[in-house]
Design a protein around this ligand. Structure first.
Ligand SMILES: NC(=O)c1ccc[n+]([C@@H]2O[C@H](COP(=O)([O-])OP(=O)(O)OC[C@H]3O[C@@H](n4cnc5c(N)ncnc54)[C@H](OP(=O)(O)O)[C@@H]3O)[C@@H](O)[C@H]2O)c1
Length: 248
């Protein structure tokens, strides 16, 4: 295989389902070594086993991105095992949407902890290694909701706007270290994300239309591979994509 994914060490958070799991399969198929992090260890172990069975390279490490030490362990284990980290895909995220007036404050906290602090903990864990290597690529996952505030998505959108701000700040700071930074903002993609909406009216409303327009997670996996696969002097900073049939 001759591409710029082959032989790269790629750490992926939120690799147990949806976009992260599909990116892992795709990158492993292109010859990358994938290090899978998520809380559902059974899922990431099964995924790692299926990649290994196909001749790919994968390692599963139980990870909770709300725990800084856990994210550090994920990244440090990748470096200890393979000698380096080439890509961090900061993908773990939750989306318990609801109107602000419902005051589901625990869910606001959760979105801030996973979607913002989880991304920051990933950056904190990977940056020192990438600085020392003088190479590396951090890919953060935002959303169309990080570009516009949709109904009942005030807090989720706030976290995804934050991911874009962090990504742009990071981009400017890491140039001396020869690092690349990408933020990917997907539209509706098939995954388990809607299962995390516990406000009944919001869940019902979204279940009515999202599954009808959502596209496969392979769409996201190809975007990730596209960004990584560029020659090292090409830095793809932003990708925003939607299903062709998605209007908002
Ligand atoms: N699907 C879409 O339409 C869409 C659109 C725009 C953006 N996104 C973004 O895409 C990313 C992936 O979501 P998805 O759609 O693939 O949803 P998903 O199927 O629900 O996957 C979410 C992933 O995040 C992980 N996660 C959640 N909390 C975590 C924690 N505390 N520690 C570690 N991992 C955690 C989950 O793993 P465990 O539960 O096993 O820990 C799971 O692997 C998210 O950032 C989401 O906001 C998705």
């Amino acid at each position: 295989m001759n591409n710029n994914v082959t032989d790269k060490i790629v750490v992926i958070t939120g690799a147990s389902s949806g976009l992260g799991a599909e990116a892992a399969r795709h990158l492993a198929g292109l010859g990358g070594t994938v290090v899978l992090g998520a809380r559902r260890e059974d899922r990431i172990k099964t995924l790692a086993d299926s990649i290994l069975a196909k001749g790919g390279k994968a390692l599963a490490i139980e990870t909770d991105v709300t725990d800084r030490a856990s994210v550090q362990k994920l990244v440090d284990t990748a470096v200890k095992t393979y000698g380096r980290i080439d890509v961090l895909l900061n993908n773990a995220g939750v989306m318990p949407l609801s109107p602000l007036e419902k005051l589901r404050v625990d869910e606001w906290d959760l979105m801030i902890d996973v979607n913002i602090k989880g991304v920051l903990y990933g950056i904190a864990a990977a940056l020192p290694h990438m600085k020392a290597q003088k190479s590396g690529h951090i890919i953060n996952v935002s959303s169309v909701a990080g570009h516009r505030v949709l109904e009942n998505s005030a807090v989720y959108s706030a976290t995804k706007f934050a991911v874009r701000a962090l990504s742009e700040g990071l981009r400017g700071e890491v140039k001396p270290y020869n690092m690349r930074t990408t933020v990917i903002s997907p539209g509706a993609v098939q995954s388990e994300l809607l299962n995390g909406i516990h406000d009944e009216a919001t869940a019902e409303q979204l279940q009515k239309f999202v599954p009808n327009i959502a596209i496969g997670a392979d769409s996201f996996a190809r975007c990730v591979a596209f960004a990584i696969n560029q020659p090292e002097d090409v830095d793809i900073n932003e990708i925003l994509f939607r299903p062709t049939r998605q209007q908002i």
